[in-house]
Design a binder for this molecule. Structure first.
Ligand SMILES: Nc1ncnc2c1ncn2[C@@H]1O[C@H](COP(=O)(O)OP(=O)(O)OP(=O)(O)O)[C@@H](O)[C@H]1O
Length: 644
């Protein structure tokens, strides 16, 4: 959906059009200038009103089956449910825990694609995912927000990614002000995401998706974990957004009577089958007609959940499933005779109208270059504030550098301490391997959940994201590695030669980049727990084949291949080349009577490493960086699709 850009509609208003698949926004200056009005509570009157026709969603015979494992077979979560989600309505999908609510929402939003059967119709026609994604958004249960950025920054960056680049910052600012004011977040503009309360985080999640004014919003359990007042605020907000012309569907567990009354429609699920579909008001008459009347003074929402749990017998579940025809019956909708048929809906929007709104280009709202720019900007803002990835990383490099430097002080120049120096080089290699790899393994899974949400909601492409994280991390890696190298190199009295130092630094940086890419591969696929186990475990063979404990010459022939696939071997060989290569002259022998390795050549022969291989080592490490980076990208892409 490309925005057509700002255009003057009349003298008092500015409109920007999102194409007919999306929505248009009209704001008068009076409406837009919400700077003075800063109510504490949501004002419930967003000025961004969808201008295109609202969306009618129907679904038919939806099934969802998941595979439980090779020996355990599969499990059917949704059993051929039908339903209708009418526009301008706030619809609640209710049901006991494990009923399949989130699964149904995943299917309806298009998030879940594996093992799904049945059909979803948008305005009477089969859903075309590319078009549907342009008019909808999915807000998952866990708030996946950038905790290091303030509310204002989160919104501004989202606006840069989701609104046309033709809009200037003032026009985008008006949209942001309107949303934040109406969602009661304006006064929290400068609060970081991580410091917001649960309700505020939920509202910020909604605010971020409202920026491009979606016609359809899916929210998974927006009230979970909130107190009753925050629950009411969030549901009231959803209700007012729905009544403005959007279709809003959320899952809820067990709403209080007052919260239940705020929903226009409910869709009750039990064990993957539909128990009731209709207005909230019609639930009590429905139960009465089904012969299972709701006791007086009982919250109907509680009662139907109790029935759905089987507390009053399994037969009641069958009665309700049959009565609702598993979601096919629309009798309990208001004015159900006037609900248009699929054919009627198709006639309302002829195909020729859709032709003009045919989605073209990529999935995202803005160009790849704009996405990359915004993501790099966001990355640097985060990096500056990130206590773990930046501050701690720099501190660790200083501290470990000083520790190693003190432990191996002056070992670099002394002929009697060559083996010690060799140990130091290996220890440096271990440091460059472990710290970036573990940091990435520990932090990336959290990033991954944000990436999954933002990528699904079309904020940016995976390619732009991946290039941006690579670019943003590079300066931090270079600075951390340079600080560490200077400290260790000088404290341990390695040869004071600019060329040798550059060689030493280059190998250090390459090792960091390879280790980080390796961590990225693991972090992209595995959870923190599994990754924390796998990372160091897989690194052990790399160490074994580095040529440190067992020299490359002494490796059994059948294991020699290992030394070619261990990047630590190239790192160690590169270090040796930098420190003892380049025809290094005879070393000092001040601390002992006899220095066996006084001649660097003797040592090089002993460890079976050639100093002339330096450029081959650099080449091998470059190949490792590129291959692992490419593999991490492929795995990331696979993982994003696999979870669906
Ligand atoms: N990938 C999966 N593998 C195995 N079982 C699954 C998978 N996804 C969902 N399920 C099972 O399907 C059932 C429905 O899950 P779902 O998350 O949709 O329920 P829910 O109604 O949203 O529950 P809750 O309200 O507790 O979140 C549960 O029993 C769940 O364990």
């Amino acid at each position: 959906m490309m925005l057509a850009g700002a255009q003057i509609v009349d003298e008092t208003s500015v409109a920007y059009s999102t194409g007919s698949a999306g929505a248009s926004v009209t704001m008068s200056p009076a409406q837009g200038s919400s700077r003075d009005a800063q109510p504490a509570e949501p004002a419930q009157g967003l000025h961004m009103v969808p201008k295109v026709d609202p969306v009618d969603i129907a679904f038919s015979n939806i099934t969802c089956t998941v595979k439980l494992g090779i020996t355990k077979g599969s499990k059917q979560i949704l059993h051929g449910v039908h339903g209708r989600l009418r526009p301008r309505q706030l619809v609640a999908i209710m049901g006991p825990s494990g009923a399949g609510k989130s699964t149904l929402l995943d299917v309806l939003s298009g998030y879940r694609i594996t093992g799904v059967g049945g059909a979803v119709f948008i305005n009477g026609r089969g859903r075309i995912m590319k078009r549907f994604k342009r008019m909808s958004c999915y807000i998952q249960q866990d708030d996946r927000l950038q905790g290091l950025l303030t509310v204002g920054e989160n919104m501004a960056l989202a606006a840069d990614l989701k609104l046309s680049t033709k809009l200037d910052k003032y026009e985008k600012g008006e949209v942001i002000e309107d949303i934040l004011t109406n969602l009661g977040l304006y006064e929290h503009m400068n609060t970081r995401g991580a410091q917001l309360s649960g309700g505020q985080r939920k509202r910020l999640s909604i605010a971020l998706e409202l920026i491009n004014n979606p016609l359809v919003m899916f929210l998974d359990e927006p009230t979970t974990g909130l107190d009753s007042s925050s629950c009411t605020q969030v549901v009231q907000l959803c209700r007012s957004l729905a009544h403005q012309g959007r279709t809003i569907v959320c899952t809820v567990h067990q709403p209080s009577a007052s919260l239940f009354a705020l929903f226009d429609h409910v869709y009750v699920l039990a064990a993957g089958r539909c128990m009731y579909q209709g207005t909230t008001k019609n639930l009590v008459p429905y139960l009465e007609q089904a012969g299972i009347p709701c006791p007086i003074y009982h919250n109907p929402a509680d009662y139907i959940i109790e029935l759905s749990c089987g507390e009053y017998g399994q037969d009641k579940i069958n009665i309700m499933s049959n009565k609702s025809e598993n979601g096919r019956a629309l009798d309990w909708f208001d004015d159900f005779e006037s609900i248009p048929s699929m054919e009627g809906l198709r006639k309302l929007v002829p195909l020729s109208v859709l032709r003009d709104t045919e989605p073209t280009g990529g999935d995202e709202e803005t160009s790849q270059s704009n996405q990359l720019n915004v993501l790099i900007k966001r990355g640097f803002m985060k990096a500056k504030r990130d206590a773990t990835m930046t501050h701690l990383r720099l501190i660790v490099n200083v501290v470990v550098g000083i520790m190693l430097g003190s432990l191996f002080i002056n070992a670099g120049n002394e002929g009697s301490r060559v083996l010690e120096n060799y140990n130091l080089l290996f220890a440096i290699l271990m440091h460059h391997m472990m710290s970036p790899m573990m940091l990435t393994i520990l932090t990336f899974p959290n990033e991954m959940s944000i990436l999954s949400k933002e990528h699904f909601n079309r904020w940016y492409s995976l390619g732009s994201y991946y290039v941006s994280i690579t670019i943003v991390d590079l300066p931090v890696s270079i600075v951390a590695c340079a600080i560490f190298s200077v400290i260790v190199y000088t404290m341990s009295s390695q040869p004071l030669d600019a060329v040798r130092f550059c060689m030493f630094f280059a190998i250090s940086l390459y090792t960091v980049l390879v280790a980080q890419s390796f961590g990225l591969m693991i972090g992209a696929v595995f959870s923190v727990v599994n990754g924390t186990f796998l990372g160091p475990t897989l690194s052990v063979p790399m160490m074994m084949f580095a040529g440190f404990g067992v020299t490359l010459r002494d490796l059994p022939a059948y294991l020699r291949w290992g030394s070619y696939v261990s990047y630590l071997r190239y790192g160690l060989e590169g270090f040796i080349g930098a420190i003892y290569g380049l025809e290094r002259p005879i070393l000092d022998c001040n601390e002992a009577l006899y220095c066996h390795y006084k001649h660097p050549r003797t040592f090089l022969n002993e460890v079976a490493m050639s100093p002339d291989e330096f450029w081959w080592d650099v080449l091998a490490l470059s190949v490792f960086v590129l291959t692992l980076r490419a593999a991490a990208f492929v795995l990331l892409k696979w993982k994003l699709d696999a979870v669906r």
